[in-house]
Design a protein around this ligand. Structure first.
Ligand SMILES: [Ca+2]
Ligand SMILES: [Ca+2]
Length: 227
């Protein structure tokens, strides 16, 4: 199957992805303009068209999931010029998907807003933070996590599965055992560093350390921390 078959027509394509079709574009006559798009096999001079020819890293194209994975070359690679103000999910666009402070439209139907990482009891929240990118969402299932969490200056959200349910918050426990804070914000974190829906306990000298930072902390129980 071809993605686009243009005959005697003029076509203008922007912020799009044509990938995984037997042929991407066929044109008999007429004009085709493609810019800021990811075209398998390439289209035009990348320096002037801003097109790329790289695997867009859909989450799962085979099952029709065309959301972008973290690290996709389509993130913040489109143009904001004449772009619609929302994506196919009515999420406002552009979003700053690569966390560099500049919001630019993505190529494709959906703006990337960060990866979703699920942690289960026995896993490590900190390991997830270590490999997380800005805008990622780390969802922690109920259980006791015996570790200290350092946000490492990242604009990530760490939340339990149901922060508005007190029983869920009571059952999702970060239990520290070393000095310096069970949860640590000391690398200039801002309001995009979010801790939501945890019981923070057993800090040796403090529950949460905040130094030169302005994180967002919501729905947390901070209990039984010693000095
Ligand atoms: Ca974007
Ligand atoms: Ca950006």
């Amino acid at each position: 199957m071809r993605a686009i078959d243009a005959d005697d027509s003029s076509l203008s394509l922007v912020n799009s992805i044509l990938w995984g079709n037997a042929y991407q574009i066929r044109s008999y006559s007429g004009s085709i303009s493609i810019q800021y798009s990811d075209i398998q096999g390439g289209f035009g001079d990348p320096n002037t068209t801003h097109n790329v020819d790289k695997d867009p890293l859909f989450i799962d194209a085979n099952s029709g999931n065309f959301y972008l994975q973290s690290g996709s070359p389509c993130i913040d690679a489109g143009t904001n010029e004449n772009a619609p103000s929302v994506d196919l999910d009515f999420l406002s666009r552009p979003q700053d998907g690569d966390g560099d402070g500049e919001a630019i439209c993505d190529m494709g139907a959906y703006e990337f807003v960060g990866a979703e990482i699920h942690i289960f009891c026995g896993g490590s929240i900190q390991t997830a933070v270590n490999s997380a990118n800005d805008n990622d969402l780390i969802i922690v299932n109920p259980g006791t996590y015996a570790e200290s969490i350092d946000f490492l200056g990242k604009a990530v959200t760490i939340k339990s599965t149901d922060p508005n349910d007190p029983d869920s918050v009571a059952a999702t426990i970060i239990s520290g055992s070393t000095e310096g804070g069970v949860v640590i914000f000391d690398k200039s974190e801002g309001v995009d560093s979010v801790l939501d829906g945890f019981t923070i306990k057993n800090g040796v000298d403090k529950g949460i350390l905040i130094e030169n930072s302005s994180p967002m902390i919501a729905n947390c129980r901070i209990i039984q921390n010693q000095l």
